[in-house]
Design a protein around this ligand. Structure first.
Ligand SMILES: *Cc1c(COP(=O)(O)O)cnc(C)c1O
Length: 387
């Protein structure tokens, strides 16, 4: 097998192509009806009142934090085991990102560590916002985190870039039952795609309106939100500084059709995961664990190479790549990135995230992965680190 099997990739069918072609022939390439339709469909799917489409999840996290008035001097806490964007949301707004170590089993933010850290932090330095990240698709323990939010008065933005379609405690991730807002990513490698794209869901109409302003440069056309009487039908006001974070109708049209296919995507991802779980069980690796008995959308399938394995992580990674398997690593702990080291973070700050990172490899999991390709991946692993 010569062709490289990636760790993840989009699936585009004729229906997706047709949807995009139709929008290209229509009057609107941006700010048209496809956006609102996509937003309503995502809101319905998640069981939430409002959804606001944006250019990508990085921008979504930033304007979600801005909508909660995160300002210089404020603290935002997140998981070190995430894509850098979760933490950057704070730094963009002049606030400070800080981290809570992960639970070594779920690989999500540890609720015990969070509680310990909240207790140990003086009130003036406690976070205004916490961003739990549903790593690989498994929801964080949102009930427990929301109880802490009530006790320590912080707001929650769920980073669900991996988790559209996941279910926690009977509700879809994105329902915002336990949070102010939830953020999704529609980057091609994620569970559904719009090319580039993201969505913020919320049950709070005021937050939804502010998010709509923030996605459009910080401008309002709503007379009720203006500082003075409208001067005429052309009139708008710049309420606060933001940028252009609008999704195109081209992307939204693709998203609408992809959303129809989401259940089949998740079904296939679960099949792939079940087979990995069965056939890799006897190897010297730690397999992912779904704790809550809930549904994961399985954006990632991460193994951890154990100490008794014949190859260490780097050697196994390189061997798999050499055999045409496009493995990857998620994530380099965010606090060890140069920008965060410059603020004083270092090795040893979050030992569980660091230990996990040292051994992690993401195996291919995506809708189009064939049974033969998966057989190949499993066989190579057995050959490299089996008895
Ligand atoms: C992909 C990802 C993002 C950023 O998403 P984009 O849409 O690419 O900006 C944020 N957080 C996590 C956890 C991600 O995996």
């Amino acid at each position: 097998m010569k062709t490289v099997i990636p760790y993840g990739r989009q699936n585009i069918d004729d229906g997706d192509i047709q949807a995009v072609v139709e929008v290209l022939k229509s009057d609107y390439l941006t700010t048209g009806p496809a956006i609102e339709k996509f937003e309503n469909l995502v809101a319905d799917y998640c069981g939430v009142k409002h959804a606001v489409a944006v250019t990508n999840a990085t921008a979504a996290l930033q304007i979600a934090a801005q909508a909660l008035d995160l300002k210089p001097g404020d603290q935002l806490w997140t998981s070190p085991n995430t894509f850098v964007a979760s933490a950057n949301a704070a730094e963009h707004l002049g606030a400070d990102a800080n981290f809570v170590d992960i639970d070594p089993v779920t690989l999500n933010m540890s609720v015990d560590e969070l509680e310990k850290k909240l207790k140990a932090t003086p009130e003036s330095q406690r976070p205004k916002i916490i961003i739990p990240v549903h790593f690989a698709g498994q929801s964080c323990d949102m009930k427990a985190i929301s109880e802490l939010a009530a006790r320590y008065s912080f707001k929650i933005i769920e980073d669900a870039a991996h988790a559209i379609g996941s279910i926690y405690n009977g509700s879809k991730v994105g329902s915002c039952k336990y949070s102010s807002m939830t953020v999704f990513s529609f980057h091609p490698v994620k569970n559904i795609t719009t090319g580039e794209g993201g969505m913020i869901t919320t049950n709070d109409p005021k937050l939804a309106e502010r998010l709509r302003e923030l996605r459009t440069i910080g401008i309002t056309r709503n007379p009720e939100r203006m500082s003075k009487k409208s001067e005429g039908p052309w009139y708008y006001e710049q309420r606060e500084i933001s940028s252009n974070f609008r999704l195109t109708d081209i992307g939204a049209a693709l998203g609408i059709n992809q959303l129809k296919r989401l259940e089949s995507f998740i079904g296939r991802r679960n099949e792939i995961v079940d087979r990995y779980n069965r056939e890799l069980a006897h190897l010297p690796i730690t397999l992912p664990k779904l704790i809550h008995g809930e549904r994961s959308a399985w954006h990632l399938y991460v193994i951890q190479v154990r100490e008794n394995a014949k190859l260490n992580r780097l050697d196994l990674f390189e061997a798999l790549r050499a055999r045409g398997i496009g493995v990857n690593v998620h994530y380099i702990p965010v606090h060890l990135q140069p920008v965060y080291r410059a603020k004083g973070y270092k090795e040893g700050n979050y030992p569980q995230a660091e230990k996990y990172y040292a051994n992690a490899i993401s195996l291919p999991v995506f809708f189009e992965l064939t049974n033969d390709q998966q057989t190949y991946v499993i066989e190579q692993l057995k050959e490299l680190i089996g008895d």
